[in-house]
Design a protein around this ligand. Structure first.
Ligand code: MN
Length: 206
C-alpha cells in the first residue's frame, strides 16, 4: 500500500509563486488519484505487492498484463514524481545549494545559474505534458533529462536517480499562469528548497 507524501507546509504557503488552488487541486486530486490508481493496479498482481516504488518503476517489463503495466507506469510514475516534487518545495527553503552538491554543480554545469538555465530550457522544450529532471547518474555526474507524461529517469534502468523535478503538465500551472509555462518555471525556482535537494544528492551518492 503506497501512501502519498504528506506536505510539510500549508497549501497556501507557496503563494504567490504557486497558488493555493493549484496546490489543492494538484496535491489532493491529481497526486491523490495517481496514488489510489497505483494501489488498485498493484493489488491485482500479488507477486509485486511488496515491491518498492523504485523497484516497480525499474522493472515494468516484468509485469505481463499490458493494461496493468500501463496503469502502473502512468500512476506509479505519477505517485513517485509528485512525492519528489512536493517534497523538495518549501516556502522558506535554502535558495542555493552549498557543500558537495554546490561543488558538483560547479564542476558539471559551470555555475548554479547555468544549471537553472539548462534545466529551464529542458522544461520549456518538453512538448506537451512531462517533466524535466536533475539526476545523479551511475557515475555520480549530474545531468538534466526530460521525460514525457509521468515517465521518469528510473524507468530506463540507467542507474540515474532524480533529485529534483519540474512538473510541466498544464495542471501544475494553468490556473495561475495560463499558457505561460516560462513564468511558472521562473516562479518555481523561488520555492525549491536546496537543502532538501542536497539531502537527496547525498543519499544518491553515498
Ligand atoms: Mn503534476
Amino acid at each position: 500500500m503506497f501512501t502519498q507524501y504528506v506536505l510539510e507546509y500549508g497549501v497556501g504557503e507557496l503563494e504567490p509563486h504557486i497558488d493555493e488552488l493549484t496546490m489543492v487541486t494538484h496535491y489532493t486530486k491529481h497526486h491523490g488519484a495517481y496514488t489510489n490508481n497505483l494501489n488498485a493496479a498493484v493489488e491485482k498482481v500479488p507477486e509485486i505487492s511488496n515491491w518498492s516504488i523504485e523497484k516497480l518503476l525499474a522493472n515494468l517489463e516484468s509485469i505481463e498484463d499490458d493494461t496493468i503495466r500501463t496503469a502502473i507506469r502512468n500512476n506509479g510514475g505519477g505517485f513517485y514524481n509528485h512525492n519528489l516534487y512536493f517534497s523538495i518545495l518549501s516556502p522558506e527553503g535554502k535558495h542555493a545549494p552549498d557543500g558537495p552538491l554546490a561543488e558538483r554543480i560547479a564542476k558539471d554545469f559551470g555555475s548554479f545559474d547555468q544549471l537553472k538555465d539548462t534545466m529551464t530550457a529542458s522544461a520549456m522544450g518538453r512538448f506537451g505534458s512531462g517533466w524535466a529532471w536533475l539526476v545523479v547518474k551511475h557515475d555520480k555526474v549530474l545531468d538534466i533529462v526530460s521525460t514525457p507524461n509521468q515517465d521518469n529517469p528510473l524507468m530506463d534502468n540507467s542507474g540515474a536517480k532524480p533529485i529534483l523535478g519540474i512538473d510541466v503538465w498544464e495542471h501544475a500551472y494553468y490556473l495561475k499562469y495560463k499558457n505561460l509555462r516560462g513564468d511558472y518555471i521562473k516562479a518555481f525556482w523561488n520555492v525549491v528548497d536546496w537543502n532538501k535537494v542536497s539531502n537527496l544528492y547525498m543519499r544518491a551518492t553515498t
